[in-house]
Design a protein around this ligand. Sequence first.
Ligand code: AMP
Length: 367
Amino acid sequence: MTIGVVGGGQLGRMLALAGIPLGQKFLFLDRSTDTPAGQIAPSLVGEFTDQKLLRALAARSEVLTFDWENVSLAGLRALGRATRIAPPLAALAMSQDRIAEKRLFTKLAIPTTRHLAVDSVPSLVRALRTVGLPGVLKTRRLGYDGKGQAVVRTIEEAWHGFEKLRGVPLIYEEFVPFDFEVSIIGARSRSGEIAIYPLNRNLHRDGILRLTRAPFGPAALQRRAAHHLRRVLEHFRYEGVLNVEFFVRRGKLIANETAPRVHNSGHWTIEGAATSQFENHLRAILGLPLGATTARGHAAMINLIGTLPARPLVLATPEAHWHDYGKEERPGRKVGHVTVLADSAQRRDAAARKLLRAIDPVALRAL
Ligand code: AMP
């Protein structure tokens, strides 16, 4: 049985690494064969919008999935009902549009940021008046890893941000002076079974995830985040893995965004949970029983951005697990990650601190 994956990045690569022991075959679609996934499984080469290639991928696959949310919705829709696609395209459509996402949060009684759509000077003025300063101006679509965003503290910065981003639909939202950020990942299978992972505590810098620690305490926060995630999963009769990110301010969750796919903040589950997010995504879309999501210890995931550190340095740390995505090093690019797994939060943090000193000294301050 072949799973067709639109996108051949590191998420696709880790899906294949999880699926091969299950006896699955994979076929990817990406712009080249020298992608993280293309290095370990066959790929069709071309644009994500190429209808002929999408049809060829569908014809050779039992089910289609995707490894990032900026794939062509129209291209996938055009395949018609005969092609099984999971997660559902309605969830993909929602996550591609920040306004639709906020609308859904509100409909499901999930607290989110105050915001307004901005597509002209008058709508920007209205948004600044209604939402106030400071705020964040973001592109409604195709934003990821902090791309297409401007923090706005003054009217001048608002104009500057608008000039930089204009030409595409925007959203202006309140700036949340959060205490910290969390995310929660869960899977829903075709049969309606739901499995939810422990909460992740995340540290971003310049819009890019740097560090995740899990499981992250307070039980009340975990319960509330899981409740919100469950509502989104059930709303879509979802199939696959879904992630929801939140700001936490004064103990309250404020939803930021969703990702209808396996997520960077869940990479720790490869070593740190009974079943990884990648395996559970596959089980969910194949209609297999979901695996347990319990943590096997205390995990920290450090993203390797731009360059890989010296391997011996990481491998000499007994708690560390090395993941190289097979990508060319380039500033700002996620080229790998390291997961530390220990039997206590203290031991985990001590090992993470040692590695961060060499890998990301700025993130070290957050521990
Ligand atoms: P996003 O692409 O919306 O996930 O934004 C990336 C990161 O930028 C978030 O994880 C936050 O660290 C920061 N950020 C985004 N929106 C806001 C906001 N409204 N208030 C404060 N920080 C934000």
